[in-house]
Design a protein around this ligand. Sequence first.
Ligand code: AMP
Ligand code: ZN
Length: 136
Amino acid sequence: MSSCIFCKILAGEIPAAKIYEDDVVLAFLDIGPISDGHTLMMPRQHIETLHDCPSDILGQICSRLGKIAGAVAKAMNSDGYNVLCNNGGAAGQVVEHLHFHIIPRKTGDKLFHHWPSYKYRQGQTEDIVTSIKKNL
Ligand code: AMP
Ligand code: ZN
């Protein structure tokens, strides 16, 4: 896709700090990290979202994700890491080319400190489960 910034990276038209690449994926450092080693991993194919991704490609991405995440975490001496995939503008997706953030974490770093959890009201769980199952 000619206007996609990540396709431009894949085409070698703009530079990136590459970590790993093969015929399916490219992993590279995020240009605006929220922790040292913050990495992005994307398929070579221009696919916008997780649910648009054919299962064979998704399987190939995931089969590499653990290895890359483990290497990033070890190299950064992190105490843990998050794997994040934003889908849709409302969820914070800015670049419309499927990608997974690998975010190394340190104990007490307070990233994602605010997790606004709440409780379902009575009966709501059943309604939501039914609705999701209908869409499977
Ligand atoms: P998202 O909000 O999930 O779409 O994340 C897009 C990410 O891409 C952001 O964290 C950006 O910092 C990152 N990004 C945008 N342009 C580049 C680039 N040229 N090289 C590396 N990372 C980039
Ligand atoms: Zn693209």
